[in-house]
Ligand binder design. Sequence first.
Ligand code: RIB
Ligand code: CA
Length: 313
Amino acid sequence: MARKIIIDTDPGQDDAVALLLALASPEDFDVLGIVAVAGNVSLAQNAHNALKIVELSGRTEIAVYAGCERPLRRHLVTAEHVHGDTGLNGPGLPEPKLALRPQHGVDFIIETLLAHEPGTVTLCTLGPLTNIAMALIKAPAIASRVAQIVMMGGAYFEVGNITPAAEFNIYVDPEAADVVLRSGIPIVMAPLDLTHMILTTYERLEAIDAVGNRTSRAVAQMLAFSERFDLMKYGTKGAPLHDPCVIAYLLQPDLFEGRHINVTVETASELTMGMTVADYWGITDRPKNVLFLRSGNADGFYDLLVERLARLP
Ligand code: RIB
Ligand code: CA
């Protein structure tokens, strides 16, 4: 039985790979909709990029919505320095023929959760949590209806990537992350501690490109563009591949190891704004609100990714 999912995203090259992995797996995922959020670049650009990716996948029946244009409280911080001015630099993808659905993405999330049996819809979040928090604020009753949230965000032992203390998705909207982390919804977190093990080495990018279809060639071009910033920054043999870990977890959870712990987000101090404080050693009696994925099998991840990309046009 295919799992019903909503994907909330700020494409970004790594978001694009996550979307393609999900769209390549119709027997595993019934993608109810894709909702764009402001993050890597502006909302409008992220939504535009999501349409391009849906068209690239050939799954043109999938609905794309635009959600919130800015975080709950803070000014929007974007990441063109990583993803390029369009947020999807690398391949020259054609302008989309598809249009966004007119409904606001937050209302789509609420309506969809209320229309489906409780516990049957999973939220996959690949960007800042603004849309999810807004949905929870506008319609608190949805909290008990979400099966689980599988999110890319946060960090603990790996510390921050946009500041010394914070990971980008959380840093952009720490108040939204706080609403989600306190919601009581079962959460699986794919933090930098995990994604920094899932590196886009030369050999892995070659294997993706060698699949030879238009989608895989575009993915190889996307990642060749987005990895350059991290290669310079970390000096490693490859760059972390963040967002597809969310989808890969749902496809093959045994690729990953995690621990149920408390994760709480800093929303007051400017120095540590957006830091996810993970009680990894159970020092406090704070509720264990998150399955914190600390590590993963990178070779198994890339084998899965290549196998699924080969199914696309
Ligand atoms: O910190 C990594 C996260 O920030 C990823 O989701 C990437 O797409 C950016 O949104
Ligand atoms: Ca993202």
